[in-house]
Write a protein that binds this ligand. Structure first.
Ligand code: HEC
Ligand code: HEC
Ligand code: HEC
Ligand code: HEC
Ligand code: HEC
Ligand code: HEC
Ligand code: HEC
Length: 424
């Protein structure tokens, strides 16, 4: 596998010269033939001569340890033209939020106000006085006659390895209560009511009428789902150590961000799949959700930290569809490992067994394009001197950095599994 990978690369110049010869001969023959006007449309444009790539200067194959890789499926679809990535200018500010969390244009009766769904009416919540437990009366694990009214069991999600800690919250908390997030000394909490308004939610819009937060402060009604999350994960005073202000990272003025607030700035993302395009927006809960597809949807709890909808290994190890299932849910694995954009994706991910997390952040970057944010526990400045940097510029893949102590030279990447030289 490994040998053929490098042999194929060595063969590339011969193959491209061959192709040039064939195309060139056909073209000359075509020109010699009498020109019939309507026929000219079939002529392909004159081939642009391509300088053959220099033969790769690779370590001898024998010196490369075989990682024992299973054969990798490679896409047969031709690569789209991908030269210099196209980054759009920053969007105009004050654009309308694309997701409307307040919308109930279909006039659905809110679930808990519907006598069919909730025959107990107001008193099913207002007489129990059991705080958040009143939600678990129906959304709990134990099924008694009244509890059978709701099909969704939120209580058992507390056993998941990664959770929103809503059951440690003692009371139900009122909507307009002063939030401990404003006071750095108060403990952080989260309750059902921070994300749900039980008078308003509908099956199509479970968070309808919940409060939110944006750059202008607290919002009585969130317009978009991310505004709900920003109450506690943005400017909040008492975030845990290491937690970032997500409002700053998802800001559409940044060089790159996952398109939660507005469509993204990179106009060429060839790996996008499952109907996603560069015009799409996504939600926090497309990534943060229940890892069990048959359980209740939403960012309540998951087998994968931090409350991830699918597996995502942030430490280095063998590549597999599962290891980066979160990303492969929207980015085609064949495209990424087929090097449709970054020419050394496969080299790093498959051969060096690097995690996406070594190079990419999943949220946004205030400094770098392409969601590049090197994991500084793996990637450090190189020892070679020169203009040290740990960033990436399109078309200038000079990384003066060091991964796991192995230096990248000016144009050379070397690691425990082998080395590679630019141009690839
Ligand atoms: C599914 C549970 C549930 C049902 C059913 C329910 N409520 Fe409530 N209600 C709540 C909770 C929880 C709060 C506290 C909300 C808050 O402060 O954010 C609340 C708050 C209120 C308040 C205080 C003002 C406010 O809006 O915060 C009133 C008044 C009220 N409910 C009336 C009713 C009436 C009348 C009905 C029946 C038509 C009803 N509720 C049905 C859960 C429920
Ligand atoms: C009397 C029973 C009952 C109580 C108490 C109750 N629910 Fe529900 N809830 C339901 C039913 C029935 C559904 C419909 C879906 C299902 O069966 O799980 C539902 C659905 C939901 C949904 C999904 C969106 C929707 O509108 O279909 C949310 C969110 C929700 N409940 C939140 C809460 C919260 C928060 C509380 C506590 C304040 C609460 N519920 C208390 C019966 C209840
Ligand atoms: C009322 C406050 C509040 C709101 C609103 C809120 N969260 Fe949280 N969230 C918490 C608390 C508290 C934790 C526990 C860790 C901490 O303190 O950050 C947490 C933890 C998390 C974690 C796990 C972090 C980790 O390091 O394990 C994720 C992911 C998360 N929230 C995503 C979201 C998303 C997505 C939303 C919006 C749909 C949201 N949160 C809304 C308070 C909130
Ligand atoms: C494309 C997938 C994706 C989207 C969209 C996304 N996250 Fe995350 N989030 C992750 C991953 C992966 C991690 C953990 C590893 C990392 O940081 O790269 C994470 C980490 C977190 C954490 C814990 C670390 C921290 O900085 O506090 C919180 C909280 C969180 N996300 C909340 C959110 C919120 C809120 C949104 C929406 C505004 C959101 N995420 C959107 C994938 C995503
Ligand atoms: C951090 C925010 C947050 C908290 C806290 C939270 N939820 Fe949710 N919940 C959501 C979001 C967002 C969705 C919608 C997910 C989707 O549609 O993909 C949801 C969906 C639901 C659903 C519908 C599930 C389904 O499969 O249709 C129910 C029921 C529900 N929540 C009940 C609760 C109850 C009860 C609590 C408290 C014990 C709670 N939630 C706490 C954010 C939250
Ligand atoms: C060694 C660093 C590195 C690793 C590891 C890495 N990437 Fe990248 N990735 C890059 C660079 C650099 C670019 C920008 C390429 C360019 O110039 O357009 C990029 C671009 C991308 C793009 C945008 C263009 C496209 O292909 O659609 C996606 C998506 C992407 N990477 C996903 C991933 C995923 C998923 C993983 C893990 C399975 C991963 N990357 C691992 C460095 C890396
Ligand atoms: C829910 C779908 C979804 C998931 C899951 C997802 N992405 Fe993306 N990603 C997108 C979309 C949509 C874009 C296009 C944004 C644009 O045009 O700038 C994108 C763009 C990117 C880019 C290019 C950004 C730029 O500005 O150049 C990178 C890199 C990337 N994703 C990496 C990842 C990684 C790594 C993961 C896993 C942690 C991941 N994505 C998970 C939807 C997703």
């Amino acid at each position: 596998m490994r040998k053929s990978f490098f042999r194929l690369r060595k063969l590339m110049p011969a193959v491209s010269i061959g192709v040039l010869l064939i195309v060139g001969t056909a073209y000359a023959a075509r020109l010699a033939a009498p020109v019939v006007n309507h026929d000219r449309g079939f002529l392909t444009p004159a081939p642009v001569p391509v300088a053959p790539k220099p033969v790769q200067d690779l370590l001898p194959v024998s010196s490369i340890k075989s990682p024992g890789l299973s054969p990798m499926p490679v896409s047969n679809t031709p690569k789209p033209a991908y030269n210099t990535p196209v980054i759009s200018p920053p969007p105009a500010i004050n654009m309308a939020a694309p997701q409307n969390n307040s919308d109930n244009s279909d006039n659905t009766i809110p679930t808990h106000m519907d006598p069919v769904q909730n025959p107990g009416g107001c008193s099913s919540c207002h007489s129990s006085g059991g705080g958040q437990k009143s939600c678990f009366n129906c959304h709990g694990t134990v099924k008694t006659s009244i509890r059978e009214e709701a099909r969704t069991d939120l209580e058992s999600l507390r056993m998941k390895p990664s959770v929103h800690p809503f059951w440690t919250t003692g009371g139900l908390y009122a909507r307009y209560q002063q939030k401990p997030q404003a006071n750095p000394l108060a403990p952080r909490y989260v309750s059902c009511l921070d994300c749900h308004n039980p008078h308003e939610d509908t099956p199509a819009n479970p968070t309808r009428g919940a409060m939110g937060y944006s750059a202008i402060g607290e919002l009585d009604r969130a317009q978009a789902e991310y505004e709900i999350c920003f109450r506690c994960h943005a400017d909040s005073a008492n975030k845990p150590a290491g937690a970032k202000n997500l409002r700053l990272l998802f800001n559409p003025m940044n060089p790159s961000y996952h398109p939660v607030e507005l469509p993204g700035r990179n106009m060429q993302v060839p790996s996008l799949t499952k109907g996603y395009t560069t015009a799409s927006t996504i939600k926090c809960t497309d990534c943060h959700g229940n890892s069990d597809p048959s359980g209740p949807k939403g960012p309540h709890g998951s087998d994968y930290a931090p409350i991830l909808a699918r597996q995502y290994n942030t430490t280095d190890g063998p590549e597999s569809p599962e290891a980066y299932a979160l990303c492969y849910g929207c980015h085609d694995r064949n495209s990424i490992l087929g090097d449709q954009s970054f020419q050394a994706h496969k080299f790093h991910i498959v051969y060096e067994q690097a995690s996406c997390h070594d190079c990419h952040t999943a949220h946004g970057s205030t400094t770098n394009s392409f969601l590049i944010q090197f994991d500084t526990s793996v990637v450090t400045n190189g020892s070679a001197g020169g203009p040290l940097m740990i960033s990436y510029q399109a078309g200038k893949p000079y990384c003066y950095l060091s991964c796991h102590g192995a230096d990248h030279g000016m144009t050379q990447i070397s690691g425990p599994m082998g080395s590679m030289k630019w141009p690839w």
